[in-house]
Write a protein that binds this ligand. Sequence first.
Ligand code: SF4
Length: 227
Amino acid sequence: MVATSAPPRSLRRRVRALHRRLEDHYGSAKRRRIGPLDELMLTILSQNTNDANRDRAYESLRQRFPDWESVRAAPRSAVEQAIKSAGLWKQKARTLQETLQAIYEEQGDLDLSHLKGMTDAEVIEYLTSFRGVGAKTAACVLCFSMGRPYMPVDTHVHRVARRLGLIPAGASADQAHGLLNGDSSVPPELRFSFHIQLIRHGRAVCRASRPACDTCVLEGLCPKIAV
Ligand code: SF4
């Protein structure tokens, strides 16, 4: 079990202060709201690419196929062609179709409305039971589509949270999900917004190599932990 060193109250206070500064700088976060299956497919396409390429692939997929049932039943090559702009198209086409097939075999249809009756932990366990669907993808369905106060941890959130000392430098992505969504960490009402702000900050300033600490709005609040 990985633990953060700051006491719970001071950790929450720090998160609130960090969030306030980031929101003042980047502006408030807007939530996209699409159905859980749409969100699941979109997030599978987002792996290892940027938002523009992900969105292009998603739009292409939706234009070529009238519904997810058609994607499930399509020849693999047709799905690959449709999502080429997302990169890793062979792997992603396989994950999309295998996930749709697994849901279909389990449910008898492609309806995920039953997720509403599940706890956060149950939704994560259910979604990550599909090959190629990890904790971040499940967290995106929970947070964006279902509106649950659950913070997805992508590569930017993971890196910036470690540099800020919100989680231990050695915490894995799976551990980071548990820690940042724990009772003593990010307040539930801030989880969606803090996720967006950390991504914005990780892309613009707190980059993987050569973070721009000299011009960072979090100067004074950040211990700049090496990761
Ligand atoms: S001060 Fe540096 S390490 Fe800390 S958040 Fe800003 S850019 Fe990242």
